[in-house]
Structures are given as C-alpha cells and as structure tokens.
Write a protein that binds this ligand. Structure first.
Ligand code: MRU
Length: 355
C-alpha cells in the first residue's frame, strides 16, 4: 500500500468490497474482503468501517454485493429484488444514528424503482455504478466543504476537533479534517488539538494518524482537557463532523460534542459542524427525533479485552449526543455555510449548486 492510499477507507476490486479494518489502526493496516452483503453488515456493526459518509458508501456497495450474490445464485428478477429488500433492511439496521446509511440505501432503492425492467445482470451493474457515484460524489463534496470552511480558519489558528471526521470516515479528504486540510493547503499555519474520544479512541487512533500522515502539527489530549485549554485561551475554534443534522440544525455527533459546544459557548469560541447534505435529515424537525445508538458497556469497562472496572458495575455507553442548533456557530456544507442555523436557512441549501 503506497503512502497516498494509506487513508483509503474502502475500495471495490474484482467484484468484492475491501474495507480497511479501522479497529486495528494505527498499528496495522489490513483490509477485510467482503464477499457477501452480510460481511458488509458485520463490518459496519463492529465498526471496522465507521464515520457517517463511509458507512453510507459501504452500504451502497453492500447492495451491489447482494445483487452479485443473487446473480450467482441464478435468481430471476423478482427473486433478486426480494433478496435486495432483505439486504437493504439488514444494512439499514446495522447502525441507527448516521443518516448517510439510510440516504445511500434510498439512492439504491430509487435506482431499482426507476429500472423496474432490469435483468439481474443489469441490476448488479446499475447498483455498482450507483455505489461508485456515491463514493466519488462524497470525495468531491468533501473537497468543496474544505474549500468553503477554510475561509473560517484564520492563519495561526489553534483548532480543536473531536472523534474522526477525516478521510477514514468518508470517501476521502474528510469533512472536519477536510476544512483543516484545506486551510493548511492555503498556506495557513494551523495547530490541531485532538480529543482522544473515549471510549473507542477515534481521535487518538485515527485523527492523530491522519494528521501525522499529512504532517499537520497536532497534540493529543484527553477529552476532559478541552475545557481547561479553552479557559487558557488556547483554542481559537472547534470543528467537528456530524452523523445526523435535523431540519432545525440540531446535530448528532460523537458523544462529547455537546459538552464541547457548551464549553465553547461559555468561552465565546466558535464551533463549526462540517458535513455534506447527505447528513442532513429534513424529515425530522429537531434532535429529539434522532435515535442515539447505545453500544456495549465493555467498550468502556475494558481496554484490549482487559477489564479495568469492577465486573459488576453498570455501564451506560451512548455513542452520540445531540448539540442544539443554538450552540452551533455555523454548519459548513458543499453548498455553502449556514451561520446560526434555522430550518429556513437549512432548507435553502438544497436549492443551491455546490460552491
Ligand atoms: O462511531 P463513529 O466512529 O462512526 O462516529 C463518527 C463520528 O461521530 C463522526 O464525527 C461523524 O460520523 C462524521 S464523519 C465525517
């Protein structure tokens, strides 16, 4: 694997989807070969692939994998469609919070509806082409998000980020890290504070890895250090990704984002959410309607299979929280920036060209 490709979260080759097993990073870089759509479902559930856009892209390829399986079983078109329905339902349920998963499956469903007379082979070819498009569009969108957001990052800024919203979480380049990458590529001198992001350490393992890879100066901190740094005037702005943004701008992102937003408000520091339109869910009017995934307690009580807490202790492990729109300075998308988000401003984004 050459240096350029080290940050490739997934790729399709010779009729199989290869998913970078992010659970092993940064120590090992190994790809999981997904032969069936069930392999894709498992890789999403166990978080080999994670990050809202990367989950959506994987699900789209999962549908192509299901179509190929159905062709190989010699199914007639009706049987292919019912197999795809089953695959779509299982992929949909793999993780509940990131809307990109449902969004990508909706794109594949739309293709199936518009091509109701397709043969099994045409269905496979069509779904694979749709997945390739979703992948390519995501990369393009992230570069545009980066270009848009870089204007908000001053020269010599100290930026704090949470979780991993980088190339690994997307089709490439990243959303929050895309903004940082774009600012750096404009010649700005940027330093990044990286929240380790308990319990799965996406910040320590993945964001620190990406920033080191790109030689962007970064300092790893514990999640609980962020407030102290803000109180000392060491953070100029915060930029994070998002898993689902409601119609009114309320934003679900990795657990701990809400705490950062409250701290940022107290210290008068701007906090930006960088996300593509595929992360905006216009069907829900507020964050109250966002389903928050609760994950296994051992993610908190154990480290590397070693139990650190008393075995009988209760553990509560929500993977995400919701930051209310009024605490978000702006949402950065491929179609522009929305300052002080409101339902009207967010809806307008969908009528704009990318810029
Ligand atoms: O549980 P994860 O690692 O999938 O959570 C990821 C995040 O919260 C990211 O910030 C979000 O998906 C945006 S990725 C561009």
């Amino acid at each position: 694997m050459d240096k350029e490709n080290e940050l490739l979260s997934l790729y399709w080759q010779d009729n199989h989807l290869y998913i970078l097993d992010q659970r092993l990073l940064p120590q090992r870089s190994e790809y999981i070969k997904c032969v069936t759509y069930c392999d894709v479902v498992s890789s999403i559930c166990n978080m080999s692939v994670r990050g809202a856009p990367a989950i959506g892209i994987s699900a789209a390829y999962g549908m192509a994998a299901a179509a190929l399986e159905a062709c190989e079983k010699g199914f007639c078109p009706e049987q292919v469609r019912s197999y795809l329905k089953k695959a779509s339902n299982e992929l949909f349920q793999a993780r509940p919070t990131a809307v990109n998963l449902a969004w990508a499956l909706q794109r594949t469903d739309q293709w199936l509806t518009s091509n109701s007379k397709a043969t099994p082979q045409q269905i496979f070819d069509g779904l694979l082409e749709e997945a390739d498009k979703i992948f390519a569009e995501d990369l393009e969108n992230n570069r545009q998000i980066g270009a848009n957001g870089a204007a908000l990052v001053p020269h010599n800024a100290s930026v704090l980020t949470h979780c991993n919203a980088g190339a690994l979480a997307t089709g490439g380049y990243g959303t929050a890290l895309g903004v940082i990458r774009a600012a750096v590529s404009q010649g700005k001198n940027i330093h990044v504070y990286v929240d380790e992001t308990r319990p799965l350490l996406q910040g320590a393992r993945l964001t620190a890895f990406e920033l080191n890879h790109d030689q962007i100066p970064a300092t790893l901190i514990t999640d609980s250090c962020a407030g102290y740094l803000m109180s000392k005037g060491k953070v100029d702005l915060i930029v994070t990704g998002a898993d689902r943004i409601a119609d009114n701008g309320d934003t679900a992102n990795k657990i701990g984002t809400y705490s950062l937003a409250v701290l940022a408000h107290h210290h008068n520091i701007p906090i930006y959410v960088a996300a593509p339109l595929s992360t905006i869910d216009l069907s829900i009017s507020s964050g109250d309607d966002i389903v928050i995934e609760e994950r296994c307690g051992t993610e908190i009580s154990h480290i590397n299979n070693h139990c650190l807490a008393p075995p009988e202790v209760n553990v509560y492990n929500p993977a995400f929280d919701v930051t209310p729109a009024e605490l978000i300075t702006a949402i950065i998308t491929e179609c522009g920036i929305v300052h002080n988000p409101t339902p009207d401003k967010i809806k307008k984004l969908f009528t704009k060209e990318k810029s």
